[in-house]
Design a protein around this ligand. Structure first.
Ligand SMILES: [Mn+2]
Length: 345
């Protein structure tokens, strides 16, 4: 649902006019292509407007986003806590992007909650928490990047968008739609792409930088995972993958190495629900994907302390890997009817 009005746009614009204030942009923890693309794209636009903008990421993000403008100046909170905290204290505007509640900013949660000045939230996830002074929310958008681009155009700020910013926005839309594969039923998404291409962006290079950037270990890990760590349940149209801590060690696992793995089971005929479990020290991280109308956000909320979108969600559970997997397997029968129906969307 569209949740921002022309009044919000005016407020957003008016707020940027206070030129002397530092603006801090924050993506969610474990920032993905949309979170990084949105913050770095908007960062460049604000810079082009002559404003003082800083990106503070709650933790580090995958290195295949390092080509984005502003990356070299970005501050990783977990590496520079004191400096980042001081900067937050001096900032006059905080812009949270691609997340709907302060807890999604990891260790920056309390800093966001305690922020004394203007808080802006720009996001496309459902049920945004009530912590922002200016809420730019539209759950119909494919990505936050698409939403930011629309916001900038509606605010009459398109003259400040350049090739660098457009490249970041393109990356955000591309990654949140699985390369224009899902969440793209709204014609406006492709209209946005069309407008972004006019900035002369190199879409092949962007795609390549993000998707053709596997390390040898990551490629072997994917092969191993599909071969030895996948279980398929044809009767439930479901499948899952998992990685133990031992597996991660064997393949010299680095952050981002398993990004996208959860999508692979959906390429199997008649599988429309996929889960991916990653074992951590005291909890198990789970990602969910679906095709059709099976709501993985609700499934994750109800069973794995998570949430997200209809077709893409995440969660985490403080049990052993085996217990997490058992929970999942035991739940499948109760969703049989829903999973069966989801194939005819
Ligand atoms: Mn997103």
């Amino acid at each position: 649902m569209e949740r921002f009005s022309s009044e919000d746009i005016s407020k957003f614009k008016a707020c940027l006019k206070k030129k002397r204030e530092t603006i801090v942009l924050v993506p969610h923890i474990n920032a993905d292509g949309d979170a990084t693309g949105s913050v770095f794209g908007l960062w460049k636009v604000l810079k082009n407007m002559g404003l003082d903008a800083k990106v503070i990421s709650p933790n580090s993000y995958a290195n295949y986003y390092n080509w984005m403008c502003g990356h070299s100046e970005a501050i990783v909170f977990t590496w520079k806590k004191d400096y980042a905290t001081k900067l937050m204290g001096q900032a006059g505007i905080l812009i949270c992007m691609d997340f709907n509640q302060p807890s999604r900013a990891g260790e920056m949660e309390s800093l966001i909650e305690g922020f004394q000045h203007t808080r802006i939230l720009i996001d496309h996830h459902p049920y945004p928490a009530d912590f922002a002074d200016i809420l730019i929310s539209d759950t119909k958008r494919s990505s936050t990047a698409e939403l930011v681009f629309a916001l900038l155009c509606e605010a009459g700020l398109q003259e400040y968008i350049d090739k660098d910013a457009a490249s970041c926005f393109f990356a955000g839309i591309m990654t949140d739609t699985g390369s224009f594969n899902y969440n793209v039923s709204d014609p406006e998404t492709f209209q946005t792409i069309s407008k972004l291409l006019k900035y002369g962006i190199d879409q092949d290079a962007i795609h390549s930088a993000i998707y053709d950037n596997f390390s040898e270990e990551r490629m072997r890990l994917l092969g191993f995972c599909l071969n030895s760590r996948m279980k398929v349940f044809p009767q439930y149209h479901a499948a899952y993958l998992y990685l133990t801590k031992e597996d991660q060690k064997t393949f010299n696992f680095r952050k981002g190495d398993s990004e996208g793995f959860v999508n692979f089971p959906l390429s199997i005929k008649d599988i429309h629900f996929s889960a991916f479990f990653t074992e951590n020290d005291d909890h198990v991280k789970v990602s969910f994907r679906s095709k059709g109308n099976f709501p993985v956000n609700r499934f994750s909320e109800e069973n794995f302390n998570g949430g997200g979108h209809l077709n893409a969600a995440g969660g985490e559970i403080y049990v052993t890997l085996q217990q997490a997997i058992d929970t999942f397997e035991n739940l499948l029968p109760s969703y049989e009817e829903q999973l069966k129906k989801s194939e005819n969307k």
